[in-house]
Ligand binder design. Sequence first.
Ligand code: COI
Length: 382
Amino acid sequence: MASIQHIPTELEASADLALPAADELAGRFPLTPNPAPASPETYEDIMSTLAFGRKFTDHMAHMRWTREVGWTDHGVIAYGPLNLVPGASVFHYSQSVFEGIKAYKRADGSVWTFRPGYNAARINHSARRLALPEMRREDFVASLVDYVRADLKWVPEAEGASLYLRPFMFASEEFVGIHPAGVVDYYVIGSPSGRYFKNGLSGVAIWVEHEYHRAGPGGTGSAKTGGNYAASLLPQIRAEARGFSQVCFLDTWEGRYLEELGGMNMFVVMADGTVRTPELSGVILEGCTRSAILRMLREEGGDVREEKIVLADVIEGICSGAVAEVFACGTAAMVTPITRLGSDDFDVELPVGDKTRQIHRRLTDIQWGRAADPYGWTYRLA
Ligand code: COI
């Protein structure tokens, strides 16, 4: 059966709008160099270890929003502790959102990123839900350009490694009454990182959670906000204690349908070649990698479905052979095979499949510039 004609989502449509070249955006966040950058020894140590998200570079981009003035104080400054008062409302009501995006160094030394317009649109989508201010997409991309240009030497060259960029914004107004903050800070920090899952390419084990949920209808599930991730931590600890590395959440009403993992989307590959992923219900995050995979598969003419996926059917399908592969995807996780799904009442294993490997290869070849980018997804930062 051919896939139904796909109508781009709001995020996809916005992501496809042309962006000015990085040279045109550069300089919006002027650099004040860090007077005490990492020593050569610390730098070598960090760049030879490349743990995911543990060490950060010399600088960070910053701008501040006030209700009176709007976005102001743009700059790239020394990475370091923030000066925040305990009454800052983010500490009390978690009014904050973030993004995840990577900078990739290519063989010729140029540095690129992937679909920055998508992340720009999504941080504004998240900001709307959390009553935070939106920003111009050009400012979002300029913050990446100026930050990465200041810390170019921190973009790793090793296979599979990248500079993981973390733009985030939070309510910094000193006020503990509940209302949207009138002062908000935005930063971009970066961490030279290797793979999210150490042995990710050989597959990860996922615990399917019945007791706890990540987000519910009308809540903040489609926003990239810390609370959704905080809600996943207790189930995550329990899953790890059982030997699993992540949690898969089910829908809140019936506990029957797959939603997403603690920090990534998921796909199911059927033995007949059909590829399925949970539909966007307003509860799950509209992943950039998810959207890219769907587009690549659709344009190949594959049978690709965004729909409700019943957990029991997947488990039964794995046992009968009707389900061939399951994988997770996200900016940090890229494309990671799921080789075990367990819960109180089942524990099944799957192989790492060809489709998962193929999708991983196609996407990473585009990201690192080893293959042509027919979609215009890659963007040169430096
Ligand atoms: C990302 O994939 O960029 C995320 O923000 C998810 C998190 C697990 C690191």
